[in-house]
Design a protein. Sequence first.
Length: 44
Amino acid sequence: NAINRQNRQLIARVQRFAQQLHTYHVSGIAPTARAKANVQQWQE
């Protein structure tokens, strides 16, 4: 149903977000402008 679909989309976003953070942490590179935009979008 719609709620399950929304939950799956949300979980996918969380996993992508965590993966990005993990990548930055491991590689030591600063988040790009795009990543910052993603964070801002996430916080809304």
